[in-house]
Design a protein around this ligand. Structure first.
Ligand code: URA
Length: 234
């Protein structure tokens, strides 16, 4: 594979940027500076570095985004801003899509990827990845809410899986853990309990926690360890 393709497929540099970086002597292959962006590399065998850092090739790209309110969980929409518009053009061109949905006003951890098989597995009803949300609500929660969530409520006549509601001390905030993802699920569960969600943030998905250094609207690549955690979900 050509060096410029190697970098552009990873979403790290465009072809033009690879050309500039190569000319500036910032790229090495197996320890030798390579100034020709058309030079062929074997992604599995050759050691490529950019500005002194090793760059490993992988087929798919995975990122973590701290979703702000006001964005919808889609790749395109006629009217409203979509989460993928928060990524650089380079990544948007690589076909990244959100793995699962958050409501427009929900914030927090969103994983975007172009690995359809893994995304499908993480969201399929059989394997559905565990998701943890921090919430604030209008009315004070008590033990009866905790047991209702645990024993399984119904939405649209369908039984829900057992969910873990863990209120904080004052009972007006806490976390909910779900292993499924029905439309507006948490908001509707609270409404059924005569309560109302006023703030909702996803803090964990499939064993990954939201990076606390990411401000709302910021993203970063998943590390190899984080990708391994996601793929280990069964
Ligand atoms: N439950 C909701 O009600 N909204 C979300 O965005 C996620 C879970």
């Amino acid at each position: 594979m050509r060096l410029d393709k190697f970098f552009s497929e990873l979403g790290i540099l465009s072809r033009k940027e690879t050309q500039a970086a190569a000319r500036a002597g910032m790229i090495t292959v197996n320890g030798n500076v390579v100034k020709d962006p058309a030079r062929h590399v074997d992604p599995d065998a050759d050691a490529v570095t950019l500005r002194g850092e090793r760059v490993c090739y992988r087929k798919f790209t995975y990122v973590m985004l701290n979703k702000p309110a006001g964005y919808i969980s889609a790749t395109e929409d006629g009217n409203l801003p979509v989460v993928t518009s928060l990524l650089p053009e380079q990544l948007q061109r690589m076909g990244l899509f959100p793995c699962g949905r958050l409501d427009r006003d929900t914030v927090g951890l969103m994983i975007l990827m172009n690995d359809g098989v893994l995304s499908h597995r993480l969201l399929s009803p059989r394997h559905h990845a565990k998701k943890v949300y921090f919430f604030r609500c209008e009315a004070r929660l008590d033990e009866s809410d905790v047991s209702a969530f645990r024993e399984g409520m119904k939405l649209d006549g369908e039984p829900l899986k057992s969910a873990v509601l863990s209120p904080d001390k004052g009972g007006l905030s806490g976390t909910v853990t779900l292993t499924e993802g029905k439309y507006h699920q948490i908001k509707r569960m609270f409404l059924q309990r005569g309560n109302k969600i006023t703030y909702l943030k996803r803090v964990s998905f499939g064993g990954l926690s939201l990076d606390p250094t990411l401000a709302e609207g910021e993203w970063r690549y998943l590390s190899d360890d984080e990708i391994a955690i996601l793929t280990a979900n069964e």
